[in-house]
Design a protein around this ligand. Structure first.
Ligand SMILES: [Zn+2]
Length: 128
């Protein structure tokens, strides 16, 4: 896979709903904070976590969804919205532009342009 495509590859997450157990408490980095989260429902980022949860309750209901985090405001979207966000990112990248806002409410988390942000982070490796 070329690097250019790796940047806009679809990213998948899993929604899991238990019927007869409570879901064990997971590390915050394993689930998606702004999605529904209850004792019996959770959205997780990794297939391995899904497999572990399904091992606890093999009859649990689960689905796979495309998801994407807005690179500007860090809001997560899912399904068709994620697909559209990925298309916009891909087009912007091909034109050498920054990612467009995801919505009217999208506000960049950082006031620094990406180039300056990278310099600010150096020499640490950027988070992948
Ligand atoms: Zn956004």
């Amino acid at each position: 896979m070329s690097k250019k495509y790796a940047l806009t590859a679809p990213y998948y997450v899993y929604r899991i709903a238990f019927r007869s157990h409570d879901i064990p408490k997971l590390r915050a980095s394993h689930w998606i904070p702004c999605f529904p989260h209850s004792a019996r429902e959770i959205w997780v980022k990794q297939r391995q976590i899904r497999d572990l949860l399904l091992a606890i309750e093999p009859g649990a209901q689960w689905e796979k969804h495309e998801a994407r985090m807005c690179p500007r405001c860090h809001r997560w979207v899912v399904g068709i919205q994620a697909q559209m966000m990925r298309d916009r990112e891909q087009r912007a990248r091909l034109k050498g532009e920054a990612s467009p806002p995801c919505s009217d409410y999208c506000e960049a988390r950082s006031g620094l342009p990406l180039k300056n942000l990278r310099r600010w982070l150096a020499p640490k490796a950027p988070e992948s």
